[in-house]
Ligand binder design. Structure first.
Ligand code: BV8
Ligand code: ZN
Length: 243
């Protein structure tokens, strides 16, 4: 049985505002491979090698091949109990902000509303030249072209690219104002996302990490719950619903 502290449930019952940072681990039980897990997203390449603008300009076909492979894979996957538990948490707690590094759109699919997509969304693309947005870009000779002739790219934040400043500002604000902050299914490698739990902690939030293994963030947390998010989160919601 997953052991959830009474202290955490008490804090959640009293909390007005909570925030959660999610990473690829939350989608793992939906069958979406994580980035740095042993199965890796694509053995031959590291995400850092493919998810960057230079790699794209040097070999757009290869980078699009990677994203198309991930898109087809993600088309069939469904949210898992962890996603649904976060959606229920949003219904129970007066104010909840879901800050995700994931680009798979599964939090929206499970019904969560107040979502900040730090790293964009793989199902959105846009033209490098005129910024026109595309859901399904037209591929010609292996590459998606805009009506203006420009090259179309996935609407995700690549390494070395800055995140949307409004999204970053809102993420910071909500992290600092939260009474309870969850860091769920993230290896805590990627900045600036990985700083949010630390900033929340420094602002007085009770910070809880849920992961199948310790991470560089674990030492900074008030509580570390070892386990799968698809099992731990439903258990937290179940205890929260108990009067
Ligand atoms: C920026 C979108 C600057 C694309 C992604 C040092 C050297 C070089 C660069 C840097 C550096 N220090 C900081 C940087 C910058 C860099 C960075 O952080 N690099 C790291 C790797 C060192 N950051 C950036 O470049 C960012 N931009 O800093 O801009 C700037 C500033 C101003 C002006 C101009 C520029 C942009 C970062 C965004 C990169 N884009 N993705 C795409 O997805 O294709 S990041 C990518 O990694 C994904 O978004 C992913 O979400 C994210 C983080 O990975 P995780 O989600 O944590 O996934 P991971 O596989 O790592 O871990 C999974 C975890 O789940 C594990 O802990 C596992 O144990 C756990 N788990 C598994 N199963 C479960 C589970 N937990 C619970 N339950 C389970 N069932
Ligand atoms: Zn265009």
């Amino acid at each position: 049985m997953i052991d959830i502290s009474d202290g955490l449930i008490k804090r959640l019952k009293e909390a007005q505002r909570i925030a959660a940072l999610t990473g690829a681990g939350v989608s793992a039980e939906s069958g979406v491979p994580t980035f740095r897990g042993e199965e890796g997203l694509w053995k031959k390449f590291s995400p850092e090698e493919l998810a960057n603008f230079d790699a794209f300009m040097k070999n757009p076909e290869l980078v699009w091949e990677w994203y198309n492979w991930r898109k087809t894979l993600m088309k069939d996957v469904k949210p898992n109990p962890g996603h649904y538990a976060l959606t229920q948490l949003e219904e129970i707690v007066p104010d909840m902000t879901l800050i995700t590094q994931n680009v798979d759109g599964l939090h929206r699919q499970s019904g969560s509303k107040n979502i900040l997509e730090l790293h964009g969304n793989i199902f959105r693309s846009y033209c490098l030249d005129c910024k026109k947005e595309y859901e399904q870009p037209e591929f010609k000779d292996g590459l998606p072209r805009c009506v203006c002739g420009g090259l179309v790219r996935p609407d995700v934040v690549w390494f070395g690219e800055s995140l949307d400043s409004n999204i970053v500002d809102n993420s910071l604000k909500e992290s600092m104002k939260s009474q309870v902050f969850f860091s769920i299914g993230t290896s805590g490698h990627v900045q600036p996302a990985a700083s949010l739990p630390i900033i929340a902690k420094r602002s007085g939030s009770y910070v809880v990490e849920i992961n199948t293994e310790p991470t560089p963030l674990t030492g900074h947390m008030d509580e570390f719950i070892m386990g799968k998010s698809g099992e731990v989160l439903p258990r937290i919601v179940e205890l929260l619903k108990k009067d």
